[in-house]
Design a protein around this ligand. Structure first.
Ligand SMILES: [Zn+2]
Ligand SMILES: [Zn+2]
Length: 336
């Protein structure tokens, strides 16, 4: 089968048509006819080879949703015609300590959809079916895409920071991740405070269920303390802030979780977390079981990303829109 995809042929280049062949499907693999695929900042980081390790041509797309059209002989849990989604991770060893604990996302041998294979910017893609997740009926395909990356990142991050319900949750940044974090936290029964530089985004967050907003400066100056101490802060903006001041917005035993991607050093005062037994942590995407749980909750509680859709042929416009930070709040390519 010939796949008509879009690829960057060298770092930073625009996407151009690229064709490749899918051979006989073996083992646990499945072939998906892609209906829609989100475009995430991480796609652009890989296209630009910011993190190294990209193999060109790069076919981006790790928020793909589509219909199963072919199954390898090992696949028993999916059938032809099922609607499935593929996120950032496309494989793991499934035998190491992390995998056996249900933490496949932390496997040392974990594979990324757009680093180790061709991603979802094409009419078809092949993927290990053990990393293809059935999409619940209540979720539209285009909306489900960003849940597979941004959604799972904030959902798993909130859970591992201890979110249960009835808590005070802070969300730093109202963007692709943050606007989903607000919904997961609020709709699962928590009171949400957002930290944002934009009054418009604060209003939008209120419509999504946030109870309080702290408007912060773009200069990284310390935020005003919210009206109540927070149990959890989830940070979707990786850098440029006064971390000690944010830690001081936490209650005793509060947890600060870094889920935004960044490489800047974090200056921390021991007192900011020691005196009130606070913790600081980070967390990456989520496990397969969390993915299934997250998709189910999103369908049940109507947790969906706000998306801007682009026809597949306009992929480069979508890339530019994301590069310019203009997307509200996730870009999705439509193949159908
Ligand atoms: Zn992503
Ligand atoms: Zn493993």
């Amino acid at each position: 089968m010939k796949v008509h995809a879009l690829a960057a042929y060298a770092p930073g280049e625009p996407l151009r048509p690229f064709e490749y062949e899918i051979g006989a499907v073996s083992g646990f693999d499945c072939v998906i006819r892609v209906q829609s695929c989100g475009l995430c900042h991480s796609d652009i980081h890989v296209v630009d080879n910011d993190w190294g390790g990209a193999t060109f041509p790069v076919v981006p797309g790790h928020e793909a949703v589509g219909e199963v059209v072919e199954l390898g002989p090992g696949v028993t849990h999916l059938k032809i015609g099922d609607r499935v989604g593929v996120g950032w991770q496309s494989g793991a060893c499934l035998g190491c300590r992390d995998c056996l604990r249900g933490n496949e996302q932390m496997c040392d041998a974990n594979q990324a959809t757009i680093l180790h294979q061709y991603g979802g910017f094409g009419d078809y893609m092949t993927v290990d079916s053990r990393f293809a997740f059935p999409i619940p009926d209540g979720l539209a395909s285009a909306a489900a895409g960003p849940l597979l990356c941004a959604g799972i990142t904030v959902y798993s991050g909130l859970r591992h920071a201890g979110m249960r319900g009835g808590q005070e949750i802070g969300v730093i940044g109202i963007g692709g991740l943050g606007h989903l974090a607000v919904q997961f936290a609020a709709k699962l029964g928590n009171r949400v405070t957002v930290f944002t530089t934009s009054p418009e985004k604060a209003e939008y967050a209120a419509r999504l269920g946030a109870a309080e907003a702290v408007i912060v400066g773009r200069d990284g100056s310390p935020p005003q303390k919210p009206s109540r101490p927070l149990d959890i802060i989830i940070d979707t903006v990786a850098s440029g802030k006064d971390y000690n001041a944010y830690l001081n917005c936490l209650d005793s035993d509060g947890v600060f979780n870094l889920v935004g991607i960044g490489n800047d050093p974090i200056p921390l005062s021991v007192f900011a977390f020691q005196d009130k037994r606070r913790r600081i942590m980070g967390s990456p995407i989520g496990s397969r079981s969390e993915m299934i749980e997250m998709l189910g909750l999103a369908a049940r509680y109507g947790i969906v990303p706000q998306i801007e859709t682009f026809a597949f042929e306009r992929a480069n416009d979508a890339v530019q829109h994301v590069r310019d930070n203009k997307v509200r709040y996730r870009a999705v390519l439509l193949m159908d």
